[in-house]
Design a protein around this ligand. Sequence first.
Ligand code: CA
Length: 177
Amino acid sequence: MRFEKEIKIRVDSLDEIEKKLKELGATLVSNCFERNYLFDRENELFRKGEALRLRSFCDKAKLTFKGKRISSTNYKIREEIETPVGNFEAMAKILRKLGFRESFYYEKKRKNYKLEKCLISLDETPLGKFIEIEATEEIIDRVAQLLGFSRRDYITKGYVEMALEKGLKRLCFQCGD
Ligand code: CA
């Protein structure tokens, strides 16, 4: 089983972080506008704490299953199964045929940086700017520290969770909500 381990940190400026990352020798691996669709069958997955996400980004797509969150105070840890999808529309149709419906939509602008075994995402979202650090617990702490943050700054919530807490039905830059 592959587990995703990550944390988010809310920041004022992504430019500053990006500058630091470059100084540390991190390399930019992608820079995409993402459209994310959660699919569910009458909240079946949501109730179990699981998620099925179809993401469209930079003319590519991928399907991700996320398992129930594993209890951890400082980090967000979930099983993750992910695969590239050749045709976004066809995959969405298959999911609908299986009884799944889009249950949440969210957008973000994401720049991915790689620093050794760590993935650092610089996210611009309708909720604000965040960085996400994905690695082992030890590396997350080390990289966060290098960027000037500590465990006190860690957010273990996902964007969907943050949106739902605010009563938002979707996270969209120009939807007019
Ligand atoms: Ca992640």
